[in-house]
Design a protein around this ligand. Structure first.
Ligand code: DAH
Length: 371
């Protein structure tokens, strides 16, 4: 120790003071002297380690002050209480001095660390990585907005559904070959992961009094192997319009509005016949290729058209399943491949990027909105 201001003589640190006087031999003053020495040693400790050593030496379990207690038995009984008290007081005094010094050392260490030239409190901290909205969500929000502006409800239906809503009620009975078009994840209780958002059609008809318009976006599942254009989990948006007089012209006009809004420019569409058991007639709606403008490129496989959206007029059996009289009510429905739309909108070449969980992928869409 190098403390030159010390006034009280003290033994070398870590060593119990030699020649302890036997207890009873002017015990109180010997104790006081020992405590003085200990306090001085504590006050003079320059490091946390040195202070701990002082503490151990004097007031640790085997420290010289606590050790005094062991000689209590050699004292005449009447002297014992006073001596015990004196030992405790001496120990407490030293512990107090140690605690004080420890506080001072800690404060000094903190001050030293703060003023050290290597620490610059004005440096910026580690910036938290900014979050980003997934492109699927971006397009979904946009679609919700567009359809709401046209008077559609935006609904949410279960991802785990019954055979009835996913197939049977959509005019696809158990033995119907159209079931083979959609490989299905079956649950052991006979329910399934919905293979398409069309599963919400009959639910919606039962839920709302016609006329009504609704879309229901969501995740769908297929038990199939994956490649650049197929995933076991993907997203669709179903649309439904039920009213007394509904025509294919309404359908085309709504789809054109929707697609022109999403792509931010006029989109040319065409209808081809398509077969789906829940619509009659059924169509495939193609859009003229936005990459080449219709002249033919690799995206549209040189045809000038991209298949985007199956649709049709609701089959009478489906209206019946929804509790509606086909003589009174008509409707159209469409099933938009949301994942495919996102891929086209952002030119994403592999569908597996969408749900692959790689944050580098959607970090690219940070704040991009649908500008
Ligand atoms: N649910 C069909 C599928 O996933 C797509 C579909 C076709 C939906 C025609 C419709 C429709 O609403 O009218 O393959």
């Amino acid at each position: 120790m190098s403390d030159t201001t010390r006034t009280t003589p003290q033994p070398p640190q870590g060593v119990a003071p030699a020649g302890d006087a036997p207890a009873g031999d002017a015990p109180a003053s010997a104790l006081a002297a020992l405590a003085d020495a200990a306090c001085a040693a504590a006050e003079g400790a320059q490091t946390e380690e040195a202070l701990a050593e002082v503490e151990r030496t004097y007031v640790g379990k085997k420290g010289s002050i606590r050790q005094r207690m062991s000689s209590l038995g050699q004292l005449p009984p009447e002297a014992r209480p006073a001596f015990g008290k004196a030992v405790n007081e001496a120990a407490q005094r030293v512990e107090g001095a140690v605690a004080l010094r420890r506080e001072a050392l800690t404060a000094a260490a903190r001050a030293a660390a703060l003023s050290a030239p290597t620490f610059d409190p004005t440096l910026p901290g580690a910036a938290p990585a900014p979050g980003a909205v997934h492109p699927l969500t971006l397009i979904d929000w946009r679609l919700d907005e567009i359809f709401r502006s046209m008077g559609f409800y935006v609904l949410d239906y279960p991802e785990v559904d019954t055979d009835y809503f996913n197939f049977e009620g959509l005019n696809i009975p158990a033995d119907h070959p159209a079931r083979d078009m959609q490989d299905t994840f079956w649950l052991t209780n006979g329910n399934l992961l919905r293979t398409h958002t069309s599963a919400g059609q009959v639910r919606a008809m039962r839920q709302f009094k016609p006329p009504f318009k609704a879309i229901f976006p969501g995740r769908v599942f297929r038990y199939e192997s994956t490649d650049a254009s197929h995933d076991h989990t993907f997203h669709q948006v179903e649309g439904l319009f039920v009213s007394r007089h509904v025509s294919v012209a309404h359908l085309i006009a709504s789809m054109k509005t929707l697609l022109s809004e999403v792509f931010g420019r006029e989109v040319t569409v065409r209808l081809r016949p398509g077969y789906f058991p829940f619509v009659e007639p059924g169509f495939e709606l193609d859009i003229s290729c936005l990459v080449c403008g219709g002249s033919g490129c690799s995206v549209c496989k040189r045809s000038g058209w991209v298949e985007l959206l199956p649709c049709g007029l609701i089959h009478p059996n489906v209206l019946r399943a929804g509790g509606l009289d086909p003589a009174e009510w008509q409707g159209w429905a469409f099933g938009l491949g949301l994942s495919r739309l996102v891929m086209m909108r952002y030119q994403i070449e592999d569908i597996r990027h969408l749900l692959g969980g790689d944050v580098r992928f959607w970090a690219q869409f940070n704040g991009s909105g649908l500008e």
